[in-house]
Write a protein that binds this ligand. Sequence first.
Ligand code: C5P
Length: 205
Amino acid sequence: MIIAVDGPAASGKGTIARALARHYGLPHLDTGLLYRAVAASVLREGLAPEQEDDAVSACGFDDALLADPWLRTDEVGQIASIVSAHPLVRAALLQRQKAFAHQPGGAVLDGRDIGTVIAPDADVKLFIKATPTIRAQRRHLELRKNGVGSSLDKVLADIRARDERDSQRSEAPLVQAEDAAALDTSFLSIDAAVQRAIELVERRR
Ligand code: C5P
């Protein structure tokens, strides 16, 4: 069974995808991490994220980089959203994601274009959403919990900027697949959102 979980930043898609993978005993790939690794390599090597050839040259990153907590920061997330708009960057990461999705036994992948590009044939497609204000509040609390100074206004502005870039790009924009089930987590606890996601999978598998 292939489960595709798409949605914007801080919608809860990562948490839901991890929980589904555990529940069904499937391997899980957080595809945002791949774009974050490209972004981190660009930053480290002093390259220009807006330049497609610079960003492409960072696609051969060492997999050890995927474990670096720095990748999870908003600084890297913003650059990830810039490098991910380049068609050649998406092309460079395509096969790895398709192969992961189509491994024997199935998989859970979360990202922006899993149901539309990586696995249009997925058995179940979920589109996770929440209002920008609620997503910003979650991210703000998470940053403060981790001892990172944060301003709610700045986090909200960053989320809106990333939504805009991810939805407006011409290549694989963030969009709900026609056959995806939408799940709005705005007013759900984590447990309730996971429970609802399992119900949707059970209904559609
Ligand atoms: O999901 P996450 O916030 O880690 O993703 C970081 C960035 O990577 C996103 O803002 C988006 O621009 C890009 N991304 C993408 N396609 C995916 C996953 C992430 O373009 N499948």
